[in-house]
Design a protein around this ligand. Structure first.
Ligand code: BTN
Length: 333
């Protein structure tokens, strides 16, 4: 879809959201600077995306169904006015990968705070370049930040993103936890993940794309069969859908606060206690992949710099800066 069409689409949605009654075709055509036929075509395009309108002859259109897609006009009303993340929000019905789009746009001057979202991803990627199933109904988005922190604090970007997701979902009554370093678990099963990709310039991170995927409002059967025993969706686990645009706004608001502090030198360390309390890994037997090596033992703590301390044998500990927990006695993983 051309950029102009996206702008018109978003303006049209906004007009319907703000109206407290039907909006006439003439009014819309005047506001958008388009012919009535062009307005009608845009309304038909919105219907294809799940919107429904009631048309009354000589009165106008009224939106009677608004889908909960991660579109700018649906997310923005929930954002605090001073939030630096969420402008612009670039939604598309389908993308290969929101991270990929954000990285491409980064080269073309994408501004700090832009968020790339998608109704579905056809080539979603997870850590270790694994495929990430991204059907409709999930939350697939990438937050773009410029000059977020020094390179040595780059791991904070994902750790803080996990915290922002937890805060937002917990506020909605969804009791998620964090599997070190950045998986989101619900009832011990994976319901979300974070994939950060950075470009560094010397000692500084020049820009970063923080991709967040949440298995939100779709049935478990939509996930590939081979991961259904260790993954879940919010809808499946809680029996109710979440308001996706509102949840995205809440995540962005939390992330904005955390990333501002990170820029000011108060990163993970400042939220270490809260993060640790949400981390389900601590106190459990784990096997962690560190490159090609496997480290087995009892996860004892997460350090203020974000590394995981594993007791590999009585009294002997190993500190792992980055890695992936392959197995824990507590999870279905
Ligand atoms: C993981 O746990 O392996 C990380 C998964 C990250 C998935 C998200 S969905 C939005 C963004 N686009 C992608 O292709 N990946 C991330």
């Amino acid at each position: 879809m051309a950029q102009d069409d996206t702008r018109v689409r978003d303006q049209l949605i906004e007009a319907f959201l703000l109206a407290d009654g039907p909006v006439s075709g003439e009014d819309l055509s005047h506001r958008l600077g388009l012919s009535r036929t062009a307005v009608w075509k845009h309304i038909k395009a919105l219907e294809q995306l799940g919107f429904a309108f009631e048309a009354s002859p000589r009165v106008g259109y009224r939106a009677v169904r608004i889908p909960d897609e991660l579109m700018a006009p649906l997310v923005r009303p929930h954002l605090p006015p001073d939030c630096l993340l969420g402008s612009p929000i670039l939604w598309a019905e389908s993308r290969a990968s929101t991270n990929e789009t954000a990285l491409e746009l980064a080269e073309k001057g994408l501004p700090h705070g832009a968020v790339v979202t998608a109704g579905e991803q056809t080539g979603g990627r997870g850590r270790r370049d694994r495929a990430w199933a991204s059907p409709r109904g999930g939350m697939w988005f990438t937050v773009f930040v410029r000059n977020p922190c020094a390179l040595r604090h780059a791991p904070d970007l994902t750790l803080l993103a996990a915290l922002a997701v937890c805060r937002a979902l917990r506020a909605e009554g969804v009791p998620v936890e964090i599997k070190w370093p950045n998986d989101i678990l619900l009832g011990g099963r994976k319901t979300g993940g974070i994939l950060a990709q950075i470009r560094a310039e010397g000692e500084m991170v020049d820009h970063a794309v923080i991709g967040i995927g949440l298995n939100a409002n779709f049935a478990l059967e939509e996930l590939p069969e081979e991961i259904r025993d260790r993954a879940t969706t919010i809808l499946h686990a809680t029996g109710r859908p979440i308001d996706r645009p509102k949840t995205l706004a809440h995540i962005l608001a939390e992330l904005d606060r955390l990333y501002r502090d990170l820029r000011d030198g108060r990163g993970f360390q400042a939220v270490h206690a809260e993060w640790t309390a949400l981390c389900s890994t601590i106190g459990h037997e784990v096997e962690v992949a560190v490159g090609d090596e496997r480290v087995r033992g009892m996860a004892r703590s997460v350090e203020p710099d974000g590394s995981l301390v594993i007791e590999t044998s009585p009294g002997v500990t190993r500190t792992v800066v980055s890695g992936e927990v392959l197995f824990s006695d507590r999870e279905h993983i």
